[in-house]
Write a protein that binds this ligand. Structure first.
Ligand SMILES: Cc1ncc(COP(=O)(O)O)c(C=O)c1O
Length: 360
């Protein structure tokens, strides 16, 4: 393999997995069927898709809010449920943009360490004693950036704490259906539907450019989000929703997800093996799905310095600090997304990383 740059930063699907022809066909069918709806202003989104999503989760459509991406949905959630000066808890590390959105409300964002089986509940309970937050944001399946899945035991305790303290759990679940091995763990939402907002997205199971995400939750919260949304975007982008509805109506989403798993499973296998072979001294996470593997590099390693040297070697690494509410906690943290790399790129990328670490 030549010295072309290997990018170990991008948590996005590779473009060659997009079902382009099917989406073109579904988009055309949808637009021809419902042009007056899909090209007009509309509050609340395309009703057939909302009903389809509701059906999938066994709830009435009034419990579904759809927005332009799950990030937009989360931004509305923060604006509706969090006031300036509130506390908001997140896993540490967590998805960097969620930290930013919570901070924009003026909330104090408190990071609670994430362990290999979910958030550290002792630390969480100690923080609750200091002051309950308005919400706890959790990525329970194949977490971004760690790859960790929260155990059922921890989910049950989180559900109990939410009930006890009357707080919201926001469960962000874009990777849940991308499980390559093992059994699903019941969602937080299934354990405490009255205290959980369960978010998901078509970005990772279909295509991110669609910008289509949603949240399931209690009807009064969904009504509040819908009201907020009208004054923020009037209504979501509808041609996308029509296209995706037609795709789902034809039963294509499930087969697409199966196809994606066949592409991603060997890539996760390849990165596990490469990390075991080349960098066994690091305690890497061991995900069974999703997009990410991660680890804390040995004491004394500084990812900032490592990134600079990596670039010279044709390797792009992410800055781990962005995933932590307290950035210094991420100086040794490395997230490695594997889905958009071929197995050969994975092997070469990890071998370059190992050489870098030896030289360090
Ligand atoms: C945990 C998590 N939430 C939300 C998003 C954003 O999803 P969307 O494309 O629906 O905005 C991502 C994307 O990487 C993510 O990892």
């Amino acid at each position: 393999m030549n010295r072309s740059m290997i990018n170990l930063t991008r948590g996005v699907p590779p473009p060659d997995v997009f079902p382009v022809e099917d989406l073109i066909e579904c988009g055309e069918v949808a637009l021809r069927r419902d042009p007056a709806i899909l090209l007009q202003y509309n509050q609340g989104g395309y009703a057939p898709l909302r009903e389809w999503v509701a059906d999938q989760h066994g709830v009435p459509p009034e419990q579904v809010f759809m927005g332009n991406s799950s990030l937009e949905v989360f931004s509305f959630i923060t604006q509706v449920l969090v006031q300036s000066g509130d506390r908001a808890f997140v896993e540490s590390p967590t998805y960097d943009r969620s930290i930013t959105l919570l901070r924009r409300t003026g909330a104090e964002v408190v990071g609670v360490s994430l362990e290999g089986d979910g958030v550290d509940l002792n630390l969480l309970e100690a923080e609750l004693d200091r002051g309950a937050p308005s919400l706890i944001y959790l990525i329970t399946d194949f977490q971004n950036p760690m790859g960790v899945t929260t155990t059922l035991q921890k989910r049950e305790r989180l559900a109990a704490l939410a009930r006890e303290h009357g707080l919201w759990l926001v469960e962000d679940s874009p990777y849940r259906r991308l499980r390559y091995w093992g059994e699903d763990v019941p969602s937080l939402w299934s354990l405490a539907p009255e205290r959980v907002l369960h978010m998901s997205s078509f970005s990772k199971v279909l295509a991110p450019g669609l910008r289509l995400g949603y949240v399931i939750g209690p009807q009064p919260v969904i009504a509040g989000l819908s009201e907020w949304a009208v004054d923020s975007h009037i209504g979501p982008v509808l041609p996308t929703q029509g296209m995706v509805y037609e795709y789902c109506r034809r039963g294509m989403l499930d087969s697409n997800i199966e196809r994606l798993k066949e592409v991603y499973r060997p890539r996760l296998d390849a990165i596990r093996t490469a990390l075991e072979n080349h960098l066994p001294e690091v305690d890497w996470t061991d995900p069974q799905g999703g997009f990410f593997v991660s680890g804390f590099l040995p004491e004394g390693t500084d990812v900032v310095d490592l990134r600079a040297r990596a670039a010279e070697m044709g390797l792009k690494l992410s800055d781990g600090r962005g995933f932590f509410p307290n950035p210094d906690d991420g100086r040794r943290f490395l997230r490695i997304p594997f889905c958009s790399l071929t197995e050969e790129e994975i092997r070469e990328g990890v071998s370059r990383l190992a050489r870098l670490m030896q030289e360090g």
